[in-house]
Design a protein around this ligand. Structure first.
Ligand code: GDP
Ligand code: GDP
Length: 413
């Protein structure tokens, strides 16, 4: 087991709009898809693994920290952001060269200075002429070094990272070579990992299912702390496919509180489900084979529809109802689909976390659903289909005039 989320922390700070997230994405590259925002917001601390000149580190973006705002999220952001800064090994302080030195920068400089950790000042947007002429102003902050960059285009970012890794505490060289890191990034681009949320009411067997998946032989596992203390994502590699099971923390502790409880804990599980869904490509809705589905499952399926993820229904504990004949299976499935009107066509799998029956099929199906959702139909193929369809059934308008569809193209997934 490798732990991805350890190693020195490099924290990016700066006023809103200076280009922190642009820089973050530039450095972490395509890995941004595995970034974990806190609970359904986009402005909180983000963390992703990064690597430069054979040193691994964690890059943390503090989001809206220091922004003066009436946003109710502000407190949360400040709290988490501040905590991230306290843990920093190196701080990248991003300023906007185009605007020059402003009082907000000085406030941040004071905070950062007080921490006593190494700071690298990144004067961003120097692709703009105005910025280049003002870059010198930032030396007044009394923080060195000051590096000119253009995060959007990548200029100066290598120099910036050289300065950053030079200030990291002594540590092991990355086990991976630059070439390996590049290859990994490329693989990620071509076949991005699939974020999976496993949801369902308490006691349906979510934890058992996760643990079963982790025990499967050909599965490579690593854990990655999310941005909140209690959130853990689990990364699985299975047949060269990479899955990220999001928000798994609560599922993996054996002695969870409030197990099977009703009331507040119930609400917590709904909140957790929603939070997980927001980050998922595919949702696995676990249903108990004995209990069947109810309003709650229908509600979750509805939410999921809203969140726009793919969905797979996993009917767990199938070992308890096995051997009851084909008719039982058909009745069970019909009833389930009827109860969850939203999911008429979605795949449904009978499995057992306890015995492992059909659990490999679950990953296979999740992969299929994820690929289908990313599918791009070539324009020629799409138009051939439209042509066939309109030939078979020529479209008419209300006024009965002929309608001709000239051309179709897919503009999104
Ligand atoms: P954050 O609020 O600090 O995370 O800032 P963002 O990364 O969202 O960037 C704010 C704005 O600055 C966006 O419109 C970016 O496109 C722009 N920006 C970021 N980096 C550069 C750069 O290198 N050059 C220029 N000209 N604009 C940039
Ligand atoms: P969670 O609350 O959804 O995470 O559910 P758990 O994984 O804690 O499982 C709840 C109970 O169901 C435990 O007693 C499990 O042993 C049991 N269970 C889970 N999966 C299966 C299964 O496939 N078959 C049977 N018979 N029991 C199961």
């Amino acid at each position: 087991m490798t732990r991805l989320g350890t190693g020195p922390a490099v924290v990016v700070v700066g006023r809103p709009n200076v280009g922190k997230s642009t820089l973050f994405n530039r450095i972490t590259g395509t890995r941004r898809s595995i970034v974990a925002p806190i609970a359904g917001t986009t402005r909180d601390a983000l963390e992703a693994p990064a690597n430069w000149r054979r040193r691994d580190f964690r890059l943390i973006d503090t989001g809206g920290l220091f922004g003066s705002t009436t946003d109710p999220l502000h407190d949360l952001v400040v709290k988490h952001g501040l905590k991230a800064i306290l843990d920093a090994d190196v701080v990248i302080f991003v300023v906007d060269g185009r605007e020059g030195l402003v009082p907000g920068d000085e406030t941040i400089a004071k905070h950062v200075h007080a921490l006593g950790v190494p700071v690298v000042v990144a004067v961003n947007k120097t692709d703009d002429k105005r910025a280049r002429s003002r870059a010198l102003e930032f030396h007044q902050l009394g923080l060195e070094p000051v590096i000119e960059i253009a995060a959007e285009h990548g200029d100066g970012v290598a120099d910036l990272l050289d300065e950053v890794v030079a200030r990291l505490p002594a540590g092991p060289e990355s086990a991976r070579t630059d070439a390996e890191v590049e290859a990994e990034k490329k693989a990620e681009e071509e076949d991005p990992e699939i974020a999976v949320a496993i949801v369902g009411r308490p006691n349906v067997g979510k934890s058992s299912l996760v643990n079963r998946l982790l025990r499967e032989e050909r599965v490579l596992v690593s854990e990655m702390p999310g941005t909140t203390r209690d959130s853990i994502d689990v990364l699985l590699q299975w047949h060269k496919k990479r899955f990220r099971i999001v928000d798994t923390a609560g599922m993996r502790k054996p002695g969870r509180v409030g197990h099977g409880d009703q009331g507040p804990v119930e609400q917590v599980s709904v909140v957790l489900a929603r939070r997980a869904m927001e980050r998922a490509d595919v949702v696995v809705l676990v249903v108990d084979a004995i209990e069947g589905a109810g309003d709650r499952e229908a509600a979750i399926a509805g939410e999921d529809e809203e969140a726009g993820c793919g969905i797979v229904i996993a009917v767990n504990k199938w070992d308890l109802v096995r051997g009851q004949g084909q008719e039982f299976v058909e009745t069970f499935d019909d009833k389930l689909r009827f109860q969850m009107k939203f999911v008429e066509y979605e795949p449904l799998i009978h499995l057992s976390a306890l015995t492992g029956v059909h659990t490999p099929r679950l990953l296979e199906t999740v992969d299929r659903v994820a690929q289908a959702r990313r599918k791009r139909v070539p324009t020629s193929e799409l138009n051939r289909f439209i042509e066939e369809a309109t030939e078979a059934n020529s479209p008419v308008s209300k006024s009965r005039r002929d309608v001709r569809i000239l051309y179709a193209a897919q503009t999104g997934t």
